[in-house]
Design a protein around this ligand. Structure first.
Ligand code: ZN
Ligand code: MN
Length: 494
């Protein structure tokens, strides 16, 4: 019997509004001391009235439009009742039947040679707005609650069960992260819980139409775990099918990232009765005008931007993906490129535009994506556009392009720039002592004069000696010149 997996995802995206969904409290409560970003509204005191945050509604509509959803004509909320210490009102303000966004789809490419589908279209059942619960901590046999997160705006997106492989589910989540970052509506960081995912999976014999009872996997904390947890479930459920006892009821399982397996969750499986009913404290709001306004505000989306980065700048597909995954990094790279082009068009007008693009893409790939991000990683810092300004980074690249420093010196200069925010010419001057280093050509002539024996050997065909001569020039130029330029100069002069 051949089995196929049926996979769907439920994703909560935390919106980065300034204030919470229904009150003026600071929405960055995770950075503040426990229970300091709270007020009578978000801790559910009787007699308080929630007021919807317009920015959160705008963010939700923006997400829905880019997921090709239909946007509800009116915004309405519902109360979803359950009892838990992190929910002081005894209900969550969410959306039931009239979800903000419904019936959309999202398309993306799945890179890799051996994937069953290179281009995937996933149906979006719904995406709705709701408030987050508070956060509880269990320690020393006690439960503590921090209400800072209570009332944070979330968009909950439910996909249709259209994924064919765990890998597709992972790529979808990564695409969703790139999307919410490009829209500027969320940090989209899974590790920080800004993007939370539950995965639903069942198997069925190929060719059958009915769906079998699904298993919901919770506690997935990274893109890698989404894929691993689903792979694990496929294996586990395949064994059940092969033993002639496929899952016969819906269940919930937790992903254990340490043991790399799922375990049956002890929460009771009785169908929940949330007693949904319309939130009476928030009157319906006509969304027609807001939706039309947001439609005009859709920025360039990640897939289009990646494509443009490859076409316009000549980036490789993986480089374009890495840049565009982080909106701030992508904008930074574009700024650096434009500064670099401005310089090059004046300083080296003989270089063709094509050649210039190729060089710039190579420099960005090596020096921004590899070296610079590597240095930040070493220092335990995250990328921000202000550590090294785009102007300074472009200047740094032009110094490399002009052969004013070789690779190892450039790495030292870059590190200095990162640590002290200095401009590259200044750092370089301090490192090599201003203009005292001779130019490559002068240094090569000096070395030819100082080492006549080695020069004679080289001329006689003993090419290995060139390395020694190049080394002498490197010493004289204090590491400013790169070995290839020096070797070329020798070849010209000898
Ligand atoms: Zn509040
Ligand atoms: Mn939810």
């Amino acid at each position: 019997m051949k089995l196929e997996p049926i996979i769907g995802l439920e994703i909560h995206v935390q919106l980065k509004t300034a204030s919470k969904l229904f009150c003026p409290c600071d929405n960055r409560g995770e950075l503040l001391p426990p229970n300091t970003a709270i007020c009578p509204i978000c801790v559910g005191h009787p007699g308080t009235l929630p007021v919807p945050n317009q920015r959160a509604v705008e963010f939700g509509v923006l997400l829905g439009l880019t997921l090709n959803c239909t946007i509800a004509r009116h915004l309405t909320f519902d109360r979803k009742h359950y009892f838990y210490p992190d929910l002081p009102k005894g209900y969550q303000i969410s959306q039931s039947d009239n979800a903000l966004c419904t019936d959309g789809f999202f398309e993306f490419d799945v890179p890799g040679a051996h994937v069953p589908r290179g281009h995937v279209r996933i149906g979006i059942e719904r995406s709705h707005l709701e408030e987050d619960a508070a956060k509880s901590f269990h320690q020393d046999g006690e439960t503590l609650v921090d209400f800072n997160r209570g009332g944070t705006p979330l968009m909950e997106t439910v996909t249709r069960p259209d994924f064919k492989t765990p890998h597709e589910a992972r790529i979808f989540l990564q695409e969703l992260r790139a999307l919410v970052r490009a829209l500027g509506i969320s940090e989209g960081d899974m590790e920080k819980g800004h993007l939370r995912c539950d995965a639903n999976i069942s198997l069925r014999p190929v060719g059958e139409e009915t769906l079998c009872p699904k298993t919901e996997i919770k506690n997935i904390n990274s893109f890698r775990s989404v894929e691993r947890a689903l792979e694990y479930e496929i294996k586990r459920q395949t064994e059940l099918w092969e033993a002639d006892s496929p899952p016969d009821h819906q269940s919930t399982r937790n992903w254990d990232d340490v043991a790399q397996r799922t375990t049956e969750s002890r929460t009771k499986e009785a169908a929940h009765d949330y007693r949904f009913f319309p939130e009476p404290d928030i009157p319906p709001f006509d969304l027609a005008e807001l939706t039309a306004t947001m439609r005009e505000k859709i920025p360039e989306l990640p897939a289009a931007r990646r494509e443009r980065f490859m076409r316009e700048y000549g980036f490789s597909a993986p480089d374009a993906r890495q840049l565009v995954d982080d909106d701030a990094l992508a904008s930074y790279a574009e700024h650096v490129m434009s500064e670099f082009f401005d310089w090059a068009r004046t300083a080296a007008p003989d270089i063709s535009e094509d050649e210039l693009r190729t060089r710039a893409a190579k420099l960005i790939s090596g020096w921004l994506l590899s070296k610079y991000l590597g240095i930040l990683n070493d220092l335990g810092r995250l990328f921000t556009p202000t550590i090294v300004t785009p102007e300074n980074f472009a200047e740094f690249l032009t110094l490399i392009q002009q052969n004013k420093m070789n690779s190892s010196l450039a790495q030292r200069v870059l590190r200095e720039m990162v640590e002290h925010g200095a401009d590259p010419s200044h750092v370089l001057e301090q490192m090599v002592g201003g203009d005292t280093a001779p130019t490559v050509e002068v240094a090569v002539q000096e070395v030819i004069a100082t080492f006549p024996d080695q020069v004679a050997q080289y001329r006689a065909g003993k090419t290995a000696v060139l390395q020694f001569l190049v080394g002498q020039v490197m010493k004289k130029t204090k590491g400013v010149a790169d070995p290839k330029t020096i070797a070329d100069t020798f070849n010209q002069l000898l």
